[in-house]
Design a protein around this ligand. Structure first.
Ligand SMILES: [Zn+2]
Length: 94
């Protein structure tokens, strides 16, 4: 899980989870410095959320139509959103 570069305080899953949606800055509860998501982490974030959604949407087209895509795609994307905070990195904002 991402930490504050300044004081080493570990951000909570919930803090990062919320900020991942809008690429917002996490404010450190200990030292008050802001940290922003790193550029490579944006790709990780896209990789674990949008890609599974697209994958299921596209592949399921061959097997069944309609709701099946959503049935598999959404939980896959939701799982990605939940694990994303463990994978992304944050660095001190300018
Ligand atoms: Zn800090």
């Amino acid at each position: 899980m991402a930490k504050c570069d300044k004081c080493g305080n570990q951000f909570s899953w919930k803090e990062i989870f919320k900020k991942n949606f809008n690429y917002g800055e996490v404010t450190c509860a200990t030292c008050g410095n802001n940290s922003a998501i790193t550029f490579p982490s944006r790709f990780i974030l896209t990789g674990v959320t949008i890609v599974p959604l697209l994958f299921f949407t596209i592949t399921m087209e061959f097997f069944a139509a309609g709701w099946t895509n959503i049935l598999f795609g959404l939980p896959a994307a939701a799982a990605g959103v939940c694990i994303a905070p463990f994978l992304v990195n944050y660095k001190l904002a300018d």
